[in-house]
Design a binder for this molecule. Structure first.
Ligand code: ZN
Length: 834
């Protein structure tokens, strides 16, 4: 039986399919000056068709043709991706706006920094003349492939449509359409998909990282800016164009809601302006209502995804006074359709959605199960894009004004007693970390000044102190950090200062303050998992001293400040080699050449990718070691040290199960690899294990240690992505260059204890005896206090180094990288320390 709703849906879909067929709009318009090629005429298929996929050169080729044929489209190459593919953006707007892009860019730059606006008249002129700048970014996660295909159809429609609504959109907005911020990944997925099409592996995700270093974490890099792609797009967005609205198009799993759209779930980040959260909700509901009106079922709001974390494509905008929108469509199997059953929907459960079959206020129209095609995903993403553009167009002046006003509030002085600035004092002897920290800040548009003469100020260290038990109980989202202040002191010349009175005030706060994640528990008393990490405070992760400044003695004119333009100015100050071109200027920190192997299993492992990233950045040579190499053996002939990045022991040993992937991608290092690893260590090799990989070493080598957190319930202990304090034995050569207390990154990580004292076990660092949590969320601190965080165990003639935490997490934890360099520097030399 066909319900009336399905008829509406079918009609809406037919209209949409007609629009997607590559003929309707173009043929309907007699006044179109040039023949604008449809995606189908160029690709030979309509984007979104089952079992078709356009790779990156096809996508860029299409956009080049569109640029040539349409005066509404201008394509710009921003630079090259990690693997040297062009990263592009298409500006789409009315012809007269495209011709005047420099003027509109200038308006955006003034609205973004109200200090450039000196009169009410000037402000009103900007608000009257400006266009709402909207960014739509597709498929940063490359297996969420449909949006990258959709981008061509969206651009084509906007380039050809003549209806009054679209014309108004083109008049009032400037769209920055990014077909994908990860071009390498589009090709990794497209090549894999074509290779496996028609085989039993059709539609499976590729067994490798879809970003050379970061894989899925390419969307966790938007404040650290480690990756080329992130750097290029951050420059476009937050140095040049300052979009009022950023829409990041994603896909989720196959069995839940058909599409998630904001409002988001709790908790919100306390530094996000409430006005932004409201505007996010307003746009989200507009999208949801338009989808409903078009007959689409299964749209979910207020669930799963939250705004707590920083560093995502759609979360970073909040800290630039902009609106960040996320959509998450249910996935197909890449471009292959699938069938979802009612039973699967009934089992799909997440925060804010008990299952995917029951109607609730935030999920009023469950989808009734059935076939699910890439075309369904694309149709919903097209409607979402149009809805957002329509909102931007209809409320043009409101969006511009709100954006300007948020910037204006940000440049006001802080209240008395609250931080006025953050300081990076000179003379920290952590020069590379200081240069990287300041470089990342400047690259995302934060103003950093050098003090050219000393300054007298009251400094304070923000600490995590949960002082409000009532607020705690209800999971207050207010900031609970308190300041321990001192008296007026002299800050030496050559220090760096970041004032909060700048348009990016909330970004500075979000990066420098400790995060205090509310204690959120499920009805059963288990920890409710945050969407991403709970804490990330950047100076802590990098072990750079960065106290808050609560008062300054000198008048502004007496401060003698220089605004920094780039990281090279800091590098010059600190007598570090300057960065030229793309090469990392950092000197290899190892004391002597060491033959390092980094284990790369048969499946993509982000921790492995970030390990390579860190080694490449520090110019430390290494080889990737595959399962076949491990099985072959004779490892001592090739390596002095082997690193196992964090990965479950079963994955390392067994890899992908037979039959799940083509044979060359199945099977792990196997027992033969483990045997060779044992031989390697007992012959004098150094084995370094990160976090989960310690499991393999402890069990296979029968080490006299156990992970005290194994099997612990989340009601007793929980710590999801937080910064914790270590007490360090810096008499041990592995910790020789480090202070007695070091912040480390803990992400559901490990903590060890020994059954009995054992002369072969040397403890390098323990989790602190008290006040373990520095930023984030830690339930059950007693489980962690004083336990072993980093140990060195002698085995035969060799050594195993066990990192319970993540010393190189996402390429952000520069504070704990020295442990790795020190360990490697001693590889080959047997420690004599007792
Ligand atoms: Zn995604």
């Amino acid at each position: 039986m066909i319900s009336q709703r399905s008829v509406v849906a079918c009609v809406a879909l037919m209209v949409l399919l007609a629009a997607c067929s590559g003929t309707s709009f173009a043929q309907r318009t007699a006044s179109q000056p040039a023949v604008i090629p449809s995606p189908k005429s160029v690709l030979g298929f309509t984007p979104g068709d089952d079992r078709t996929i356009a790779g990156w050169s096809q996508i860029t080729d299409y956009f080049e043709r569109l640029d040539r044929a349409s005066d509404r489209v201008l394509v710009q190459t921003l630079g090259q991706s990690t693997l040297k593919r062009p990263v592009i953006v298409a500006f789409i707007s009315a012809r007269e706006n495209i011709l005047a892009l420099p003027k509109y860019k200038e308006i955006q730059q003034q609205l973004a920094d109200p200090r450039k606006v000196t009169s009410g008249l000037q402000r009103d002129r900007l608000l009257a003349n400006g266009k709402v700048v909207v960014t739509i970014s597709c498929s940063i996660h490359s297996t969420e492939i449909v949006a990258s295909q959709m981008s061509m159809q969206l651009a084509y429609e906007l380039a050809t449509a003549q209806d009054p609504e679209t014309r108004a959109i083109l008049q009032n907005t400037i769209l920055l359409l990014i077909p994908s911020p990860n071009p390498d990944g589009v090709d990794i997925v497209a090549n894999w998909y074509r290779k496996t099409l028609g085989t039993p592996y059709e539609g499976k995700e590729p067994p490798e990282l879809y970003h050379h270093y970061a894989g899925h974490d390419d969307n966790r890099d938007w404040f650290m800016l480690n990756l080329k792609e992130t750097q290029l797009i951050t420059r476009l967005l937050w140095h040049e164009w300052f979009p009022e609205i950023v829409y990041d198009v994603h896909q989720q799993g196959t069995n839940g809601s058909r599409l998630f759209i904001p409002p988001f779930y709790d908790p919100p980040n306390p530094n996000i302006a409430p006005l932004l959260l409201r505007q996010v909700g307003l746009i989200g509901h507009k999208v949801a209502a338009d989808l409903q009106a078009a007959g689409f079922e299964g749209v979910l709001t207020n669930a799963l995804y939250d705004t707590w974390w920083h560093g995502g494509f759609r979360t970073a905008p909040y800290f630039h006074n902009s609106i960040g929108i996320l959509s998450e469509a249910a996935s197909a199997h890449l471009m292959t359709p699938l069938t979802v059953t009612t039973e699967q929907l009934a089992r799909s459960s997440t925060r804010g959605m008990r299952n995917a079959i029951e109607a609730t206020t935030n999920f009023p129209d469950p989808w009734p199960a059935g076939e699910w095609h890439p075309r369904d995903i694309m149709a919903m993403e097209m409607i979402s894009s149009h809805s957002i553009l329509e909102m931007a167009s209809k409320f043009r002046s409101e969006y511009l004004r709100n954006f300007y006003e948020l910037g204006r509030t940000s440049i006001e002085s802080s209240n008395k007693g609250e931080p006025q600035a953050y300081l990076i004092p000179a003379g920290q002897a952590r020069d590379e970390a200081v240069a990287k920290l300041i470089g990342s800040l400047i690259d995302q548009g934060v103003e950093v000044f050098r003090l050219d003469r000393e300054l007298h100020a009251i400094l304070a260290t923000p600490v995590v102190r949960r002082t409000n038990p009532v607020a705690e109980k209800v999971g207050s989202y207010r900031r609970l950090a308190s300041l321990t202040s001192s008296s007026m002191q002299e800050v030496p010349a050559g220090s760096y200062i970041i004032f909060l009175a700048q348009p990016q005030r909330t970004n500075v706060l979000a990066l420098f303050e400790p995060q205090i994640y509310p204690n959120r528990l499920t009805a059963q008393g288990e920890a409710e998992r945050p969407y991403d990490v709970a804490g990330w405070t950047l100076p802590l992760q990098m072990n750079v001293e960065a106290p808050a400044v609560v008062a300054i003695k000198e008048l502004p004119s007496e401060r003698k400040l220089t605004l920094l333009k780039d990281a090279n100015e800091v590098r010059a100050d600190l007598a570090l080699p300057l960065k030229k071109g793309d090469e990392s200027p950092i000197k290899n920190p190892l004391k002597q050449p060491v033959r390092v192997g980094i284990y790369k299993g048969s499946m993509g492992n982000m921790d492995e990718g970030w390990t390579r990233y860190v080694f490449d950045t520090f110019n430390v040579p290494y080889s990737s070691v595959r399962d076949a190499d491990m099985r072959k053996g004779s490892l001592n002939a090739k390596f002095d040290a082997l690193i196992l990045p964090s990965q479950a022991a079963t994955q390392i040993v067994s890899g992908n199960a037979a039959g799940t992937f083509p044979p060359e991608y199945t099977g792990g290092m196997t027992d033969a690899g483990v045997k060779n690893l044992k031989e390697f260590v007992s012959n004098g090799g150094m084995l370094i294990c990160f976090d989960n990989a310690c499991d393999l070493a402890i069990k296979e080598f029968n080490l006299p240690l156990r992970n005290v957190l194994e099997g612990v319930r989340s009601s007793d202990f929980y710590c999801p992505g937080s910064v914790v304090a270590l007490d360090v034995d810096n008499k041990n050569p592995i910790a020789a260059t480090l202070p007695a207390s070091v912040p480390a990154y803990f992400i559901s990580s490990s903590a060890f204890a020994t059954a009995t004292a054992d002369a072969n076990v040397r403890v390098v660092a323990r989790y602190a005896k008290e006040n373990v949590l520095l930023s984030g969320w830690l339930l059950g601190e007693d489980k962690l206090r004083g336990q072993i965080a980093l140990a060195e165990v002698g085995v035969g003639k060799g050594r195993i180094i066990l990192f319970g935490f993540r010393p190189q997490h996402r390429g952000q934890t520069w504070g704990t990288l020295p442990f790795i360099w020190n360990a490697l520097s001693s590889a080959g030399a047997t420690s004599t320390e007792e």
